[in-house]
Design a protein around this ligand. Structure first.
Ligand code: ZN
Length: 412
């Protein structure tokens, strides 16, 4: 058995995560929104970690913390490793932070082993991954990929503060955003370690897994219109019950999402009208969220759902309309980087499992800049975006060893 006191990398990781978890906008729980005072504090702490690890580090114009270690060949395309330090409201300690501290620990370990990488390594702590405060989408990582949308600067938070104003208070600068865009020719890849935020690794008894793709998403609003009537007097055969139609459609969505590999489909919202105990429901407005690691599969999934719901509506004599309002393509991870991660996982004595990511990540944005790949770490119960989020010391240590080995193989 491994002696738990003998997991120095895991202990280092957990200590840094504890230090970051102290920075919060709300005492008693972790809430660290983009450009808030606690984000500034967490960025300063991260900056200190990076400098202590021997990185040449700074906080950039959008608040991301960037640290750079030069390689033996300064002209070789660089490897970027990172994740994010912003959080949702009442968050866990590991979402995002784990990937940032692991990147720093990996650089520390390489230097301690006397390994000089052939290419530069950049460590990044992004600030706007959760997109909770402003109506943005991965703005800090899209900036590196040269795809920052200037309209984001005028988006406002709940208190009416614009991103532009918040950036000025933070100490950032809109004028510096354009210069954040990296030249794709200068970067060989992006690696991100993240908690899984799902139950698959735990179910498979595996500490880590390799992301095959980040799921694409289709979201749609749908409406069923039937006819209201007296719940006591209208015979069952003569009804056009919109909620009964929805019940059938939810079954269709659940079945369609279950029949293909790695797809998920959810009805998350349903509003019933008129919503009275003695009235047959006349109208239901509901939402569909369908995800798949492959765009063609997702399109087929949505087509099947729509066709079957239309057929059900026809049989029941209700009107059915559906309107997509969001389309986000799938992001396949890079085959070569996946192979390096698999080698590193195998060399740690773990069976390499590939799994699709159901959640979005900074890697979606970074894949526009350079080949990207992700390593997932098992989290307890698959729980995240919740203070109960947790990983074990052993898994933190394993993730560190796998990342160090993968980086060593990439920058050798
Ligand atoms: Zn995250």
């Amino acid at each position: 058995m491994m002696d738990p006191s003998n997991l120095p990398l895991g202990r280092r990781v957990m200590g840094m995560i504890e230090a970051l978890a102290r920075h919060t906008d709300e005492p008693g729980r972790i809430t660290r929104l983009y450009l808030s005072p606690s984000h500034r504090q967490a960025a300063e702490t991260t900056l200190g970690f990076m400098q202590a690890a021997g990185l040449d580090a700074h906080i950039d114009a959008l608040g991301s913390v960037i640290g750079r270690l030069e390689g033996s060949n300064p002209d070789a395309p660089a490897l970027i490793i990172g994740s994010h330090i912003d959080s949702v409201v009442d968050a866990g300690a590991y979402d995002g932070n784990l990937g940032v501290v692991l990147a720093i620990v990996a650089v520390e370990a390489l230097r301690a082993q006397g390994i000089v990488p052939s290419c530069p390594i950049e460590v990044v702590a992004f600030g706007d991954e959760e997109n909770v405060r402003f109506p943005t989408n991965l703005s800090t990582s899209y900036a590196l990929a040269g795809r920052f949308n200037p309209a984001w600067l005028d988006g406002r938070d709940r208190d009416g503060v614009s991103l532009r104003e918040a950036l000025a208070r933070f100490g950032g600068s809109p004028d510096g955003i354009e210069a954040l865009a990296r030249n794709p020719a200068r970067y060989r890849g992006y690696l991100e370690v993240h908690i899984e935020q799902g139950p698959q690794l735990e179910a498979g008894d595996l500490p880590v897994g390799i992301v095959s793709a980040i799921n694409g998403i289709t979201r749609a609003r749908a409406t069923i219109v039937g006819e209201a009537g007296h719940a006591g007097t209208v015979p069952m055969k003569m009804r056009r019950d919109a909620l009964a139609a929805l019940a059938e459609m939810v079954g269709i969505v659940e079945r369609a999402g279950s029949t293909r590999t790695d797809t998920v489909a959810t009805v998350g919202v349903a509003q019933v009208q008129p919503g009275a105990v003695n009235v047959i429901p006349a109208r239901v407005d509901f939402t569909l969220d369908a995800r798949a690691p492959d765009d063609a599969v997702r399109h087929a999934l949505v087509r099947d759902i729509v066709a079957e719901c239309e057929a059900a509506a026809q049989r029941r004599g209700v009107d059915f309309t559906i309107e997509p309002f969001m389309e986000s393509p799938a992001t396949p991870m890079d085959k070569d980087l996946i192979a390096r991660l698999e080698d590193a996982v195998r060399s740690a004595g773990v069976e390499p499992l590939r799994l699709a990511s159901g959640a979005g990540h900074d890697a979606v944005a970074m894949a526009n800049l350079c080949p990207s790949a992700m390593l997932f770490v098992r989290c307890k119960g698959g729980i995240s975006h919740n203070p109960a989020e947790s990983i074990t010391l052993e898994d933190a240590d394993m993730a560190a060893r796998v990342l160090i080995e993968a980086v060593r193989r990439i920058v050798a």
